[in-house]
Write a protein that binds this ligand. Structure first.
Ligand code: PBG
Length: 340
């Protein structure tokens, strides 16, 4: 072998076989890190697909036992609950009604599957007649009066049996307000997963159809973050941790991988990334047209989110991914048996 040949690095040596590639792989996607969002509606026997999110359903409470069983059998251990109320009003009354849709869903899930981690989204936008995240007066979304509603909602979710509450409204001070209210109500052990860096994003479009939460006027730019800002996200996260957040969310994921990475480097709390509805819908639409390979794209996307530093991923792809990962594990086991 000539000296010239040794002057360059042969990276391909470690990429030669699947066994070698598996050994040196830096990032692993596992089902343990996935959180599956669920949309719960009133009624009975409801299982209605969301138009812009193929494979995602509106479910009535009586469907939840089947859903929980499927998730647990796939190894998915956590859900994030959203509710679509019977009626909406100015003060989002059903959000903190002990018999509201989310409260009933939590009780049912904890009854049939106590080991399933039930996380609840705490926000007003699905519950207000105007579709905004807070109390509106003269066209303005008021910060401090909204905190009271959020705190009541979080406590009522805790009373129903939620394992973790996830405020997604982006009002200032909500984590502190919720922490204080939970502690006063005796829920000192209940963790808060804060949507700390949530951007004013067009990627929430399909979710707003699913949750019937599009604002009737204006937009969410007075409280959700400007997509152009990364340093500000770090201030938001630091403030939420200070106020008592146990873990934080960066949302959306794909256009914000730099924010996930900066957050993972700077903070020592668990970081979740929300692979949101628009990201899901784009993949589904292209796959349906035969333009991309769905499985490879989804695994690549979620691996990228993990590589950026996210510990948990909230994703509508969770069930598919669990099946694919299981298939892969099975294939590897079979291969070992055959070669043994
Ligand atoms: C607010 C909320 C939204 C999402 C999660 N919680 C929508 C919004 O802020 O308008 C979006 C999730 C998604 O797009 O998948 N309750």
């Amino acid at each position: 072998m000539s000296v010239e040949e040794l002057r360059f690095r042969r990276f391909r040596r470690l990429r030669r076989t699947d066994g070698l590639r598996r050994l040196v792989r830096e990032t692993r996607l596992t089902v343990d890190t996935l959180v599956y969002p669920l949309f719960v509606v009133h009624g009975h026997g409801v299982r209605r697909e969301v138009g812009s999110m193929p494979g995602v359903y509106h479910l009535s409470v009586d469907q939840l036992p089947y859903e929980a069983e499927e998730l647990l059998s796939l190894g998915i251990g956590a859900v994030l609950l959203f509710g679509i109320p019977e009626r909406k009003d100015e003060l989002a009354s059903e959000a903190y009604d002990p018999n509201g849709i989310v409260q009933r869903a939590v009780r049912e899930l904890k009854r049939v599957a106590p080991e399933l981690v039930v996380i609840t989204d705490v926000c007003n936008c699905e519950y207000t007649s105007h579709g905004h995240c807070g109390v509106v007066r003269e066209g303005q979304i008021l910060n401090d009066p909204t905190l009271e509603l959020l705190a009541r909602t979080a406590v009522s979710h805790a009373e129903a049996g939620a394992d973790m509450v996830a405020p997604s409204d982006m009002m200032d001070g909500r984590v502190l307000a919720i922490r204080v209210a939970l502690d006063r109500a005796g829920f000192t052990e209940l963790p808060i997963l804060s949507y700390a860096a949530k951007y004013a994003s067009a990627f929430y479009g399909p979710f707003r159809e699913a949750a019937e939460s599009a604002p009737a006027f204006g937009d969410r730019r007075s409280h959700q973050m400007d997509p152009a800002n990364r340093r500000e996200a770090l201030r938001e996260i630091a403030a939420d941790i200070d106020e008592g957040a146990d873990a934080i969310i960066v949302k959306p994921a794909l256009a914000y991988l730099d924010v996930i990475m900066a957050a993972a480097e700077r903070f020592d709390v668990p970081i979740a990334a929300y692979n949101v509805s628009g990201e899901y819908a784009m993949v589904k639409a292209a796959a349906r047209n035969g333009w991309i390979e769905e499985q490879r794209i989804v695994l690549e996307v979620l691996t990228g989110i993990r590589r950026a530093g996210a510990h948990m991923i909230i994703t509508y792809h969770a069930k598919d991914v669990a099946r694919w990962l299981r298939g892969e594990r099975l294939a590897a086991a079979v291969e070992q048996l055959v070669t043994a």
